[in-house]
Unconditional design. Structure first.
Lengths: 100, 489
């Protein structure tokens, strides 16, 4: 188990990191970024896998199975959707000539 | 095999690093594409590493659940239309919240089992199956510490709220639930449910771990998420989705602490903080405070006193509109969600390209909340192939409107409504708008004479320099294209 204060420091520093990353983002990227951060908390899948992996009773196993299912959906869905959105962001290659 | 747990930890560390770097890259248009790939590599690494954990049981079951979940989400994510992106984000986010709540539930139930070792017991909290287990099963993990128990309960609460709330948001944006559900005393009922959920949570956190309490706690938490989201209108949904996104992040971080998993703590907390800030930015762009979104009901309170608008709407034919723009020097196009619904963005871009060929300077002007989410319109235009350097934010283009010859408003309404500046009794008063009325001429493509998403009359449509081009966005854009082509013979 993680030491209490050490965990508190991690919580604090991670929160600042998240704040700093978003602070200067242009509006055009709000939706993809929200989707991207939605993907990142898909790491919950790992926790769900651990929970299911340590389950002993059928009840726990069932709950764990559901959690893994949902976590996998979060991670995979978040990735696909974000990737599809970002794929479309292209500059006009600098010259107005090739826009036609 | 003592090096194996170290290797797994190292993988988690790398994953956390890749998440942060990936998000950082996603915050700039040039590097955004790589960003998601970096984060994806991190995720893959973390999941594979978890499979390598030595004390993991049910590997087959885990693999099956992962494969099913990934396949279903991948399939749905691939085929969904770009206009439906916001509700898909809500859906996947809800799944994450549900997973976090699920982890909390497993840990709480397992805690009960571990905390009460082989007592020959008659109490109803220890069903036969658990007692049998305890006989030949040494608990692999120690019972949770007080802090872990508290965070586990809190994470489960937040995750459950995010789960049911996100599902409601999904249903609303999907159009399965198009009314706000409002009843007298709603706030008091919501508050009561929340209080009850908190009381049950406090009981759990202070060691009253009984199965009925656990069940009641989860039912109340889910119910609160449901009740909290039901009264919120569709226009405010993006803010709510963003808020639940932050919620899920927090829930993941808390459950990460319970499991002693640093990658979950870091990733969850980063998203929790980033999501909170993003929520505030969105609410600000819509001129709404978060409290107002969650507890106010849009339109209902401010109605009645709105000022009458005098004058008439003046129609224009597509041919005349095309000529006006063809001989203009600067044209700004203001697209709104109506354009996206009509799937007109490809036609509009075709029209814009024809104008550019003729030497007209064309810009796309995007309001921060155009579409269903901030930035959603940029995604839709990008899908049609509009390069992002032709797209201007509100703050950049507003000073340019007085020098703009023609503004083409297509499918946008509230975000160009001047009453936001002039009429303090209007519900959208104070909302920053695109100042298109300052341009020399305005052409509004509109299906009919109705009001916008917020149900507010638009003074722009009655202005002297405004002409209305009635028709479906797709058809109107098509007409403009063919008129423009016929100009060149």
């Amino acid at each position: 188990m993680l030491d209490g204060f050490l965990a508190l420091y991690i919580f604090m520093l991670a929160a600042f990191t998240g704040h700093e990353i978003i602070a200067r983002v242009p509006v055009i990227l709000h939706t993809p970024l929200m989707s991207g951060s939605n993907f990142v908390h898909g790491i919950v899948l790992v926790g769900a896998m651990i929970a299911l992996g340590h389950a002993t009773t059928p009840f726990e196993t069932g709950l764990g199975f559901l959690a893994v299912l949902l976590g996998a959906g979060n991670a995979a869905g978040g990735y696909v959707v974000t990737e599809r959105m970002l794929e479309m962001f292209k500059p006009s290659a600098g010259k107005p000539g090739d826009k036609a | 095999m003592s090096w194996l747990p170290t290797l797994v930890k190292a993988c988690y560390f790398l994953a956390a690093l890749l998440f942060i770097l990936g998000l950082k890259r996603m915050s700039s248009p040039r590097t955004a594409r790589d960003g998601i790939v970096w984060a994806g590599v991190g995720m893959l690494l973390a999941v594979l590493a978890t499979f390598a954990l030595p004390d993991l049981h049910h590997r087959g079951l885990i693999l099956a659940a992962v494969l099913i979940g990934v396949a279903a989400a991948w399939w749905s994510g691939r085929r969904v239309a770009m206009t439906a992106m916001p509700q898909m984000v809500a859906l996947y986010n809800g799944m994450g919240g549900g997973a976090a709540a699920g982890i909390g539930a497993v840990e709480l139930v397992a805690h009960v089992r571990r905390a009460l070792p082989a007592v020959p017991d008659t109490s109803p909290l220890r069903p036969e199956a658990w007692a049998l287990d305890a006989l030949h099963q040494v608990p692999a993990v120690a019972p949770l510490s007080a802090v872990a128990l508290l965070l586990g309960v809190l994470g489960a609460l937040i995750g459950a709220v995010s789960f049911s709330g996100s599902l409601v948001a999904f249903a609303k944006l999907q159009g399965w639930m198009d009314r706000r559900f409002v009843f007298p005393g709603q706030r008091i009922v919501n508050l009561l449910v929340l209080l009850l959920a908190l009381v049950h949570g406090a009981m759990l956190a202070t060691g009253h771990l009984e199965l009925p309490v656990i069940v009641a706690f989860f039912v109340l938490s889910l119910l609160f998420g449901l009740l909290m989201t039901l009264p919120i209108g569709g226009a405010d949904m993006p803010v709510v989705i963003s808020l639940y996104n932050a919620f899920t992040g927090l829930a993941v971080a808390f459950e990460g602490y319970v499991l002693g998993n640093e990658a979950m703590i870091i990733a969850g907390m980063v998203v929790g903080a980033a999501g909170t800030l993003l929520t505030q930015l969105m609410a600000k762009a819509m001129n709404r405070s978060l409290g107002n979104v969650l507890f106010g009901s849009f339109g209902a309170a401010a109605g009645g006193a709105a000022r009458e608008i005098s004058g008439a709407q003046k129609p224009i034919e597509a041919a005349d509109a095309a000529v006006m723009m063809a001989y203009a020097e600067r044209v700004a196009i203001v697209p709104g969600y109506g354009m996206a619904v009509a799937q007109a963005q490809h036609k509009v871009w075709e029209f814009a390209k024809l104008l550019i060929e003729r030497g007209v300077k064309v810009k796309f002007a995007i309001h921060p909340v155009a579409g269903r989410m901030p930035g959603h319109m940029n995604v839709l235009l990008a899908e049609a192939g509009v390069p992002y350097d032709l797209i201007e934010d509100m703050d950049d283009i507003n000073p340019e409107f007085p020098n703009t010859d023609v503004v083409l408003v297509i499918g946008a309404n509230d975000v160009v409504n001047p009453v936001a500046k002039t009429d303090p009794s209007s519900p959208i008063y104070g909302m920053p708008i695109l100042d298109v009325a300052a341009a020399k001429h305005v052409i509004v493509v509109k299906r009919g004479k109705g009001t916008g998403f917020a149900g507010i009359e638009n003074a722009l449509f009655y202005a002297d320099n405004t002409r209305m081009l009635y028709g479906d966005g797709q058809a109107a854009a098509g007409q403009l294209v063919s008129e423009l082509k016929s100009l060149d013979g």
